[in-house]
Every structure is written in structure tokens, then in C-alpha cells.
Design a protein around this ligand. Sequence first.
Ligand SMILES: Cc1cc2nc3c(=O)[nH]c(=O)nc-3n(C[C@H](O)[C@H](O)[C@H](O)COP(=O)(O)OP(=O)(O)OC[C@H]3O[C@@H](n4cnc5c(N)ncnc54)[C@H](O)[C@@H]3O)c2cc1C
Length: 500
Amino acid sequence: MSVAQQAKKKEIVDDLIDLLSAEQVNTNEEDLYEASVDRYKKFAYARNAVDVPKPAAIVYPNSSEEVSSILEFCNQQKINVIPRSGDTSTEGGLENWKENTIIIDAENLDKIVDINTYNMEAKVQAGVPLEELENALREKGFTTGHSPQSKPVAKMGGLVATRSIGQLSTLYGGIEDMVIGLECVFPDGHIANIKNVPRRAGGPDIRHIAIGNEGTLCYITEVTVKIFKYYPDNNKFYGYLTEDIETGIKVLREVMVNGYRPSVARAYSEEDANQHFYHFSKDKCVLILMAEGPENIVEATGEAIEEAVEKFSDGIIEEVDSELIENWFNNLNWSQQDIDDEYEGMIENDSHTGFTTEISANWETIPVIYNNVMRRIKEEFPRAHELTLLGGHSSHSYINGTNLYFVYNYEINCAPEDELRVYHHPIHKIIVEETLKQGGSMCHHHGIGKYRSEWTKEEHGSAYYMLEKLKEVFDPNDIMNYGSIFPKEDGIKKYINKEK
Ligand SMILES: Cc1cc2nc3c(=O)[nH]c(=O)nc-3n(C[C@H](O)[C@H](O)[C@H](O)COP(=O)(O)OP(=O)(O)OC[C@H]3O[C@@H](n4cnc5c(N)ncnc54)[C@H](O)[C@@H]3O)c2cc1C
């Protein structure tokens, strides 16, 4: 950092302390290092080889009004801002590409404001961990229905900002189906409150300007979500070994198009199944379903699952004990300890890691994308021989299609700072390219972040016009999360392609 930049940094930090308080402005070097990247660069981070600038400070506003003052200040000074909630981001959404960036952390926006079990809604501030809300609801016999694997750590603001999805999505939907209303703050300091109503036809649905904005348009301070009755005693689990992943996907489609909504609906390739279900998968593919809700609905859903399995019985090898599926489901989530342990492993052990890329497409296209991606990675990725796992699963189904969650693990034989360029990004690129070529969406639920921004224009085609105009109107000084969603050539060249 140049002398001028250092002086600027000191000035910014002093101004922020004046605006908030000393306790609300964190300049601890270790925390700033941690805040400079997210899990896309987890290996370089673990090996102390991060190549992006550290932010100038992390600030912790206590109210929407304080968020408004910080944004107004940064907008006037043209300071880059990265909103942060649970810090579980995977696509570079929290990675910093600018000197003197400010991280606005939702830690102190931590109140469950209201749980209304008559109107079936819960209002929370952005920094409330989903698990905290879920536990409070379960005590009363209710649930959010939202269950991403990161539930113990991810927080409500980030979950909404990334359009997250949970493992029970086939029944409850993604976060966009749950958010009734919200409050968000724009770079000019304007606080916008979208009221909570069951439905509206008052023009375009402006909730969606905030939902999925990934901190590039506004800061989400508060959200109200639907809640549902919780019937854990009725849950029923179903598991099968299948000849191939296509059979599993055909069963998922059959159940969906017949009008049933299991909460969990997953079909795994044999490689991916081996990773999760090594104790029973016998090198075969695995199909998993769960029926939940009121007893008669569970009964009917269970029958529909069994009928669909029967219809494709040629590809079904055997049924799996439902207790094994239930046990797997109950131990699926990642706690902060699991995340920390993974980092420790990367610091101490030999160089091996794994990543994922998730996409979506219609029923006809999904098997084509799966097979083309598998073939292309094996044929085109120069380090294919260093892969220790390549496979995937479908885990979120809809009436007209499903997602694919590709998983790839590999041995790393290069400098830690080059891991992204040599291994992760080339594989990610093949998956994204192949999906876009086939007309699917390159991004099912992790957000675009910085590492899919190269393809944002291709993803949206002629509709990119609409996205670009939102950015121009709401963030004219381009202070919100530089490089996320909206492609920035300088950052792509410098931090992805490593051009000097
Ligand atoms: C182990 C693990 C499992 C995961 N499983 C799932 C899963 O099952 N389903 C799924 O969808 N995702 C999953 N993810 C990804 C991640 O948890 C989600 O993207 C989650 O929604 C991020 O929430 P967060 O609170 O951690 O946000 P953060 O990581 O803090 O931020 C994510 C993005 O949102 C922006 N942002 C954060 N807070 C705000 C705010 N208040 N206002 C505006 N913008 C904001 C940030 O700038 C960033 O771009 C997983 C991640 C991990 C590490």
C-alpha cells in the first residue's frame, strides 16, 4: 500500500470512528486478512498466500440508521463497501478487489424482532443466524422450512442477499419464496421498507431488487419470512441404490410432475455417493427422498415416491434402510467448528481440497449437461489425473427441471496462490460454459460473486440491460461490492487470470 493510500486509510478509519464509535470499527490485522477473501480462495487463505488487498476496516452498525450514515459517507467519499453477514460465502462475494474497502458486518443487527404465529411470519434483523431463528421457532412448534447446509453459521441478511436455498426446498421453496417483506438501505442513505402482505400486484415485485443483490445494490437490514407448522414426528425417509444418476433424476421428475412435493429429493452420481454414503452405497448411485408435513400428506407423498420408484425399477438396484438416510440427514449441516477444522487441515496436512459448482436446467437438458461436463473435464482439464473425486448430485427439483451440484476434489501440486488459476477456476469454467451453451442457468444458489461475473452478461443475454440499469440507478458511484455480479475487467485480469 502506497504512503498516500495509508494516509487515506487512516483518515477513513478516523472518520468512521467519529461516525460510530471506536468499539464499532475493527482494524485488527488478522481480522482484516480473514475479511479479504471468502471460501473461493480457502486454500490460499489457509496457506497465508492471499493476493488481494486487505480492507481498511470492518464496521459493526447498531441500527439501520447507522448503516445509512456509513453508506452515505462511503458514497460521498467513493469508498468501496462489502456487506457481510454470516461469512459463509463461496463464490468470491466477500473477496475484496479495492484498496481501502469497508466491510459492513451485520453482527450487531442481531434481534429477532417478532414471531407472529397467527399471521405465520417472523421478522428478524440481518445478523440473526438462521439456526437461532429456527430454534426459537421450533420451541413453539414452527419452522422456517429453510435448511441450507450452512444453517448454523449463515445469517438472515446474507441468506437473502444470495438467494440461498435449503435442503427442504422442494417442499418449502428457496428463500425468495419465503421473504414476505424487508428493509434495505441504498448507497445514498435511503432506507426502504417493503411491507409484509400475503401478495401484491402493485407493479413489479421490488423485493427482488434486494433479494439476490449480493451486496451490489443495497444493504439488507431486516427481513420478514413466512413460517410453517413443524411436524418432525411424521417425517419419512426413502433411499435406493440406482444403476445411474439418470434413473434417480427420472424418479425425481416423475414425483414432481405428478404433483407431489417431497421435502428432500436428491439423486447422486456413484462418485459423489461414495463420498457421503460410503457405508452403504456399494459403488452405486444413490437416490434419497423425504416426505414431511401433516400425516395424510406424508402418506400420499410416500405412496407417490414408491410408485415412481416402481415405474423405473429396471434402474433400481435395491432399497436402503430408511434409518441410514435419517442418520445422514441429521448430520448434514456444517458448524463453524467444521469450517475451522477444514482450514486447519489445509494448513497442516498435505495439499488436497474440494469445491463445488451448482447450476440448473430443464429436465431434458440436465442429463446432457451432466454427461458433457464429465467428459469435458476428463478430456480437457490438463490436471485431470490429479482429481480424487469428480461427480455430482441433483438436490433441488421443480416442476420443469432440477439443479446439478458438481463436486470436485483434487491434489494440489502448485504454489498456494496459483491453486485457483491452475485447478479450481478451469473446472468451474467448463461447468459454467457447458451449462450456458445448453441454455441452463450457470448459478443455482451460491450467487455469482466475483468468480462467475465473467459470464453474467451471457447468463442474462438481452435482459442484462435491466440489471445494468439497476446498478446505474441505485449505485451510480459504483461503491457496492466492486467486482461482484457486474464484471470488472481489471479485477478479472488481475485476480483471476493473474495478468500483471
Ligand atoms: C459449508 C457450507 C454449506 C453451504 N450450504 C449452502 C446451502 O445448502 N444452500 C445455499 O444456498 N448456500 C449454501 N452455502 C453458501 C452460503 O452459506 C450461502 O450463500 C449463504 O446464503 C450466505 O449467507 P451468509 O450470511 O454467510 O452471507 P455472507 O457470506 O456474509 O455474504 C454472502 C454475500 O451476500 C452479501 N451480503 C451479506 N450480508 C448482506 C446484507 N446484509 N445486505 C446485502 N448484502 C449482503 C455479501 O456481500 C456477499 O456477497 C454453503 C456454504 C458453506 C460454507
